[in-house]
Design a protein around this ligand. Structure first.
Ligand SMILES: Cc1cc2nc3c(=O)[nH]c(=O)nc-3n(C[C@H](O)[C@H](O)[C@H](O)COP(=O)(O)OP(=O)(O)OC[C@H]3O[C@@H](n4cnc5c(N)ncnc54)[C@H](O)[C@@H]3O)c2cc1C
Ligand code: FES
Length: 302
């Protein structure tokens, strides 16, 4: 029987259920550990966001620290608090990890005032990941709005470093205006070296902007898709991924081949405090990456 929610047929794709294992609790045995780390480089990206390169101080800990695209860490500013932040660097990079951080409140503002050499703590990695392994052999659509490019950057690295394993790869990125574009110094590398098609749109152009003007959904509507062979990763504010995912669904992409990252306020990051719960689901361990079918069936998730 067809069931429609927010204009989307949420029964579509149910036959694919069970492919992804979202119960990641068995992975938590090593993560209640704080890795002492140093901020080595800080790159201002926009007025609101900076990219922080962090190096785990202990050589052995650094060598064993690994993560999957879409996972996050709890970043501690000693004496002030911890914040969940998605890892933005390549999973294959063992030398350092990168975090793109928007200043929002107490801890993130302090981080924006930090200098290279500052000591911080890291716990993690936590949470579910984008199933890039499962996407191999298929077309991949990576869609980000605003700060959503931060969590999307790790799967972009993963996919471009293993480019031959995937079919067509498109990145669609949209922001409010050109001053908010993140990682603009990497676009040419993704296009030329990574062999991906990258389309960018801003809602409001300035005098120098020569690219597309409009919403990201306009870029999506123009894209030719092989719906039966496409996986999508969508990162951005809920209002954006709702519109994008319902359009993809209407074009025939199964809901459990679209993946989104949900943001909730978090405290422990490891399923102990229930601060991030949506119904019976802890966003920190059962998410933050969910397929869209699960999101639509999670009450009050968006
Ligand atoms: C899994 C996950 C991954 C994240 N990845 C990133 C990232 O890559 N880069 C980044 O800049 N931010 C990311 N965030 C959001 C980041 O954790 C918050 O901005 C941060 O916790 C704010 O802490 P603060 O002490 O600076 O602000 P606070 O003083 O605690 O709060 C300031 C304002 O931010 C709001 N806020 C706090 N936490 C969240 C949240 N989780 N979601 C939405 N609003 C929030 C508060 O309601 C308040 O209005 C992520 C959040 C989650 C849950
Ligand atoms: S943040 Fe504590 S249970 Fe998720």
């Amino acid at each position: 029987m067809t069931r429609i929610l927010h204009g989307v047929d949420i029964t579509r794709g149910a036959s694919f259920r069970g492919v992804v294992d979202f119960n990641q609790r068995y992975r938590l045995q090593h993560v209640d550990r704080n890795f002492k780390s140093t901020i080595t480089t800080i790159v201002p990206l926009t007025d609101m966001e900076k990219l922080f390169q962090l190096r785990i101080d202990d050589d052995a800990e650094r060598a064993t620290f690994g993560f999957l695209p879409g996972q996050f860490v709890m970043l501690e500013v000693p004496g002030y608090g911890e914040v969940p932040i998605s890892i933005s660097s390549s999973p294959s990079n063992k030398a350092y990890i990168e975090l793109c951080i928007r200043r929002a409140g107490t801890v993130t503002n302090l981080l924006h005032r930090a200098r290279p050499g500052a000591k911080v703590g890291l716990r993690g990695p936590f949470g579910t990941h984008f199933p890039t392994g499962q996407m191999k052999g298929h077309d991949v659509l990576l869609i980000a709005g605003g700060l959503g490019l931060a969590p999307l950057r790790a799967p972009i690295f993963d996919i471009t470093e293993n480019r031959a394993a995937y079919g067509r790869v498109h990145i669609l990125y949209g922001t409010k205006d050109p001053s908010q574009l993140l990682f603009d110094y990497q676009y040419e590398t993704w296009r030329r070296v990574g062999g991906v098609e990258l389309s960018i749109a801003v809602e409001h152009a300035d005098a120098d902007w020569k690219g597309e003007v409009g919403l990201i959904t306009h870029l999506l509507d123009r894209l030719t898709l092989d719906a039966d062979d496409t996986f999508a990763i969508v990162c951005g504010p809920p209002v954006m991924f709702k519109h994008v995912c319902s359009r993809l669904s209407a074009r025939g992409v199964p809901m459990d081949r679209m993946f989104v990252s949900l943001e909730r306020r978090m405290h422990c990051g490891m399923g102990k405090c229930y601060r991030c719960n949506v119904g019976h689901t802890s966003t920190c361990i059962d998410g933050p990456v969910f397929d869209y079918w699960s999101v639509m069936n999670l009450k009050e998730s968006i």
